[in-house]
Design a binder for this molecule. Structure first.
Ligand code: PBG
Length: 324
């Protein structure tokens, strides 16, 4: 008549639930993505990402210092050049005085090795067409010509003080090209966090505003199709062979199945990126009073950890690290 098995027993008190929790979330697991913009006098809030800012060099240092004090595991930097400095080749990406490289120098000077400083190694913030690479005459993203640009970008970022580079453009062979370029330049110690399984996603929407980029067309010829799972395992395999020090799945919440499989097969640490649209959805629903913001954020972060992420990139990193 009555159940012999009673799983509810272990859920009866907060102390019991805490004792048996399988997954933990610590400040060191969280990485804060940050935007630094050229030519602005004051930090500027991103309309579609309430609570997230385009920083000046000064406000970047202040916010980064606070995040480090809160215990975050690292910072991931994105540069936002002035619109007039964008061109077809994304020249600002390889200019040592481009905004991202200046920010890297400034942060590394300020923070040293106290935290892990990462840089987005991708051209879309710097190109006037908004694609992650350079275009060939017929308007396609030219894989191999883009690799040359990535290598140049990687070298300047390493020189500027990034500990880890995050190639996020999904060009074939990008990890091998960057690794070889770094090694040839004597930068054996600069690591690579490969955006290995990166999907063409509608959830990147708010990121366009965050970096002031308008994309002509879409990214479906280089980022993955949401229909595919095996393809991610192949991409991870290739990146491991090519020398990735860490691999990433992105976005996070719509791809937790992929994340679990990658975590099961990877021999290096696995990261997941809770991207702009994931942030904005929860924020907007909470602002409407439709969900409990803090509970929803914590649940989302825990679910990404449970699915296998060692490291979670999230715009909530500093705030939640401070509370954990
Ligand atoms: C490419 C890059 C993107 C993001 C991180 N690196 C945009 C894209 O690939 O379209 C997205 C991050 C986010 O949406 O929060 N530079």
């Amino acid at each position: 008549m009555f159940p012999a098995e009673r799983p509810r027993r272990l859920r009866a008190t907060p102390a019991l639930r805490r004792l048996v929790a399988e997954t933990s979330l610590e400040p060191r697991h969280l990485v804060l993505p940050m935007f630094v913009a050229d030519g602005i006098a004051e930090p500027r809030e991103i309309g579609s990402m309430p609570g997230v800012f385009q920083h000046t060099l000064d406000s970047l240092t202040r916010a980064a210092t606070e995040a480090v004090a809160a215990g975050v595991g690292g910072l991931m930097l994105f540069g936002v050049p002035r619109p007039e400095d964008k061109d077809a080749n994304g020249s600002g990406a390889t200019d040592p005085d481009g905004i991202l490289n200046r920010a890297l120098r400034s942060l590394r000077g300020e923070l040293g090795d106290d935290t892990v400083i990462m840089a987005d190694t991708c051209l879309d913030e710097f190109t006037d067409h908004g694609h992650c690479g350079v275009l060939s005459a017929d308007g396609r993203v030219d894989n191999d010509a883009t690799l040359t640009r990535y290598v140049d970008m990687a070298l300047v970022q390493a020189e500027s003080g990034a500990h880890l580079l995050g190639p996020s453009g999904m060009m074939d062979g990008q990890i091998a090209a960057i690794r070889e370029g770094l090694d040839d330049a004597g930068r054996q110690d600069t690591g690579i966090l490969a955006y290995s399984a990166k999907y063409a996603s509608a959830f990147y929407g708010p990121f366009r505003e965050a970096v002031g980029s308008s994309l002509s067309g879409d990214r479906r010829t280089y980022q993955q199709d949401a229909a595919n799972r095996r393809e991610s395992l192949r991409e991870v395999d290739l990146d491991l062979d090519e020398g990735a020090d860490m691999v990433m799945v992105k976005p996070a919440m719509s791809y937790l199945d992929v994340l679990r499989e990658v975590a099961d097969m990877s021999t290096v640490p696995v990261a997941a990126y809770q991207i702009s649209g994931e942030y904005s959805m929860i924020t907007a629903a909470a602002q409407n009073g439709w969900i409990d913001r803090d509970a929803a954020v914590l649940e989302s972060l825990l679910s990404i950890r449970r699915a296998g992420a060692d490291i979670v990139l999230t715009y909530w990193a500093a705030e939640f690290a401070a509370r954990l």
